[in-house]
Design a protein around this ligand. Structure first.
Ligand SMILES: [Zn+2]
Length: 264
């Protein structure tokens, strides 16, 4: 594994020596298997805005929510309380607003000071003069397999790393560099040779191959090397999301191994 880029909400890395199924396993686990927080149940006491209760609830459910330490919370079915509801698996939330105003995600108030929205400025509703909102809800931890609102990974994808080869007898016309949409091919000053700058940014569009009339450039995907890109919705850091995905895959593999050994 080779780290290419690490931000709070994005990680890019190279995975070498794995199958497409393994790379896809990481991607799918990032999307659906790592638990995150979301508003689950909502009780609306007053809503005189133009939004239907259902529209408002949908928007609230999709607000990314983060915790200082997510490991303190449990998925309710796996909690010691047996799903009845306790501070380890539920956090209370309230919203009270009166127009004229724009209600933002930052107006939500949580019962646990260690829990808050990932972004304060997500617009939720526009309230006219005298219009009111008063509601409360419950934030729970769960997985993207249950509902998309618990999906912390947003854009998660992978592609093969390309092997870009330019033969020695290249005529140095520069057409391949002109046509490359990602500016990966550049003409070196002086001798006019084509240089490959960052193959991890290549989308394998092969426009350069089509443009090169003499066939001196080849772009071939390396079958067992993948460029992984994982984006999050802000509720979990990209680093924690990938670690959580790998941990989940490991847990399942060990569980399968145990069950198979019991059968043997
Ligand atoms: Zn509980």
């Amino acid at each position: 594994m080779e780290l290419l880029e690490l931000r709070e909400d994005r990680v890019r890395f190279l995975l070498r020596g794995v199958t497409p199924a393994f790379a896809n396993g990481i991607r799918r686990a990032c999307l659906a298997e790592v638990p995150s927080l979301a508003i689950d149940e909502i009780s609306i006491y007053d809503n005189t805005s133009v939004l239907f209760d259902e529209q408002l609830s949908l928007r609230l459910g999709l607000v990314p929510i983060k915790a200082e330490d997510l490991s303190l919370y449990r998925v309710s079915e796996e909690c010691d309380c047996g799903g009845a509801g306790c501070p380890a698996c539920q956090v209370g939330m309230t919203l009270t607003a009166e127009g004229p105003s724009i209600v933002h995600s930052g107006d939500l108030r949580f019962g646990d000071p260690a829990v808050n929205v990932a972004f304060e400025k997500i617009p939720l509703a526009i309230l006219g003069e005298g219009e009111k909102l008063m509601l409360e809800g419950i934030v729970t931890l769960n997985r993207g397999t249950v509902h998309i609102k618990w999906q912390a990974g947003t854009q998660c994808g992978y592609k093969n790393l390309p092997d870009i080869g330019i033969s020695e007898d290249c005529e140095r016309c520069g057409k391949c560099a002109d046509v490359c949409p990602r500016e990966i091919l550049v003409i070196e000053e002086g001798d006019g040779r084509v240089k490959v700058t960052d193959p991890t940014s290549c989308s394998l569009c092969k426009l350069c191959v089509v443009e090169c009339e003499t066939g001196r450039i080849k772009v071939v995907p390396i079958e067992d090397v993948f460029v992984m890109k994982i984006d999050t919705d802000g509720s979990i850091s990209a680093k924690d999301l990938v670690i959580g995905a790998a941990t989940e895959i490991k847990r399942r593999a060990m569980s399968l191994s145990e069950q198979l050994s019991e059968l043997a």
